[in-house]
Design a protein around this ligand. Sequence first.
Ligand code: NAD
Length: 295
Amino acid sequence: MKKLGFIGLGIMGKPMAINLIKAGYDLTVYDINAEAVTALAAAGARAAASIAEVAQTNPVIITMLPNSPHVKAVALGPDGIESHARAGTLLVDMSSIAPAASQEIAAALKAKKIRMLDAPVSGGEPKAVDGTLAIMVGGDEADFTEAKPLFDILGSSAVLIGPVGSGNTCKLANQVIVALNIAALSEGLMLAKKAGTDPQKVFEAIRGGLAGSTVMNAKAPMILAGNFKPGFKIDLHIKDLANALDTGYLTGAPLLLTSTAMQILQQLHAGGDGQNDHSAIARFYEKVAGETIGD
Ligand code: NAD
């Protein structure tokens, strides 16, 4: 059985780790949340008590953590991968973080002959469970080829975009497009409601036309049911848009609509919706309009 390390067993990491166990990998797992480690041990993983324990014994390590500071701490912190992994180890960071942070971490690891791919994903929890994530990768082609069998278990597509950092640049573009799609969906459905039509019928009528999308199919039923259980949390989307706005500032990319979406998300966070699914963008429209989109 091939040995593999996995750090970060949250909404996404847990089902991804389970799919790797099912595919026959000898998985050693770690999370600061001990309950998450216990749950994975019950599913057949080896439980590690530290990052060092994962790093010392595994030639390939996957991380699935919230944001840049967490990945920096796990990779470069005093008890992290840099200090404990063997030369030649491959780190596959599948978290969504700032592209500049991926480049900084990869450069520091390279000095210890530790290789790194940034390989964020799209698709959310359902596709993590099904093993049908869309994976966008930055790094060397040889490392991508080495990691491809893992990507084939976790996802239905894996595309090498360019050098380290470009996986996360691609993910930022994805997150901009998703946030604006949910806002447009909410705005359109609220218009339909206010003008006296049934938003459920409007969804059924337009989903097969040009406005139809994966976002619409996933999020319209949640908005119509008033079900905002995450899924992908508002607070994580704020993190992604903050990274997108920083990257836009660094590169001179105009992000007019993204700035507006960020204001909507921050108002939702201030109103207590930070831990709700990002389909709760609809709640911003509901608060302003004074009525719900669903019944
Ligand atoms: P999550 O908060 O559910 O899980 C993160 C896990 O990391 C938690 O279990 C936490 O305890 C652990 N962790 C944090 N710091 C740690 C440390 N120092 N050492 C070890 N473990 C640590 O988040 P998630 O929803 O699983 O998202 C993970 C990443 O995937 C994020 O970057 C997110 O943006 C991205 N993502 C999420 C979704 C989604 O739908 N949830 C979809 C695509 C991408």
